[in-house]
Design a protein around this ligand. Structure first.
Ligand code: NAD
Ligand code: TYD
Length: 355
């Protein structure tokens, strides 16, 4: 048996592939376009491992995906491939429409044709798992209950709107064509191999580089944080036991205002890698202009996944964030490689003179 993973050179996808092959010998075909966010260095531990086959290519390439499905006959497709950064979607939404909407559509079309010609036994075993985000549900007020799976879709950014569209396509392919789909909507992830354009790795990187730690607006926006390996275990569990056509929210019950997250990162860095001048990294915190349309609060109610499939996260925020800081301290060469070249142009465009 084999699975096809898309976007497996990105942050969550590479953690998933590494975890998958650490727990089983079932081979992985990894299709990734290697955009700025894809990095084969994340998968260096699998060099020479015959269980992992990497293919550079896009999910919007129907012919390529069809060929891969025919050749490798996977029993599941796990779709991580996406443009994933809200700020980039504000500067340039087009790539988000192309990959997240058109790409998911073409992938579904190729999978539908493949599924249609499988024998009954293979059909019964087959799954298409679509990895999505809590951001499709929009923004919560301070005292609103956390998002359940039946919360209305109210996406507010080009990123979340494009992910919402992809979720609807996946749902439609189940209802219309009987494709055996599963969808997971997860809260903000953090952990190893997180590209330093997102809050947590950006703050660790800037702190160590002596640069400002940019806080959008008042820093009181709330995100619900999940350690990436807990997201991977949730996806494995849903793939194994999820009910066809169902949606599962994934989260770790860890709501934190952004400023608290940054204070926590500074405190851990003060302890593990103190500044030469003895001051706290907090001195580098800089309030900058807010993100347009910035969602105020996300919170995930993960009780369906816990109750029905018995999933629980292994890490608390406190244990996960410490592991994450330690990983960045231990992997400065990885950070140096991903922050050279095009990364500098992005930082200039987004933060201007602040950095
Ligand atoms: P990422 O940006 O780090 O990685 C995306 C990967 O997809 C990259 O390797 C990139 O090269 C690849 N890719 C982009 N376009 C492609 C295309 N057309 N064809 C094939 N590959 C392509 O993203 P991530 O943070 O790892 O997120 C993975 C998935 O999880 C996304 O679907 C995202 O919406 C979802 N998600 C992310 C978070 C989070 O906090 N990061 C939370 C919930 C859900
Ligand atoms: P981010 O990591 O981009 O994830 P998302 O927007 O998908 O939730 O941002 C997390 C939060 O941190 C979000 O409220 C925006 C905020 N943020 C900053 O305050 N400064 C930054 O430099 C970045 C990248 C994000």
């Amino acid at each position: 048996m084999t699975i096809l993973v898309t976007g497996g050179a990105g942050f969550i996808g590479s953690n998933f592939v590494l975890d998958w092959l650490a727990q089983s010998d079932e081979p992985v075909i990894n299709l990734d376009a290697l955009t700025y966010a894809g990095n084969l260095e994340n998968l260096a531990a699998l060099d020479g491992d015959t269980r992992h086959t990497f293919i550079k290519g896009s999910i919007d390439d129907f012919d390529l995906v069809s060929r891969l499905l025919a050749e490798h006959q996977p029993r599941a497709v796990v779709n991580f491939a996406a443009e994933s950064h809200v700020d980039r979607s504000i500067h340039g939404p087009e790539d988000f429409i192309q990959t997240n909407i058109v790409g998911t559509f073409r992938l579904l079309e190729a999978v539908r044709a493949y599924y249609g010609q499988l024998g009954n036994e293979a059909k019964n075993a087959f799954r298409f798992l679509h990895v999505s985000t809590d951001e499709v549900y929009g923004s919560l007020a301070k005292d609103d209950p956390a998002f359940t799976e039946t919360h209305r879709y109210e996406p507010n950014s080009p990123y979340s709107a494009s992910k919402a569209a992809s979720d609807h396509l996946v749902r439609a392919y189940h209802h219309t064509y009987g494709l055996p789909v599963l969808t997971t909507n997860c809260s903000n992830n953090y952990g190893p191999y997180h590209f330093p354009e997102k809050l947590i790795p950006l703050v660790i990187h800037n702190a160590l580089a002596g640069k400002p730690l940019p806080i959008y607006g008042d820093g009181q926006q709330i995100r619900d944080w999940l350690y990436v390996k807990d997201h991977c275990s949730a996806i494995r569990r849903v793939l194994e036991a999820g009910k066809l056509g169902e949606v599962y929210n994934v989260g770790g019950w860890n709501e934190k205002p952004n400023l608290d997250v940054v204070h926590t990162l500074c405190a851990i860095l003060d302890e593990l890698s103190p500044r030469a001048d003895g001051h706290s990294y907090k001195a580098q915190i800089t309030f900058v202009q807010d993100r347009p349309g910035h969602d105020r609060r996300y919170a995930i109610d993960a009780s369906k996944l816990e109750r029905e499939l018995g999933w629980k996260p292994a890490e608390t925020f406190e244990t996960g964030i410490r592991k994450t800081v330690q990983w960045y301290l231990d992997n400065q060469a990885w950070v140096a490689n991903v922050t050279s070249g095009a990364y500098k142009q992005w930082v200039g465009k987004q933060y201007g003179s602040c950095t």
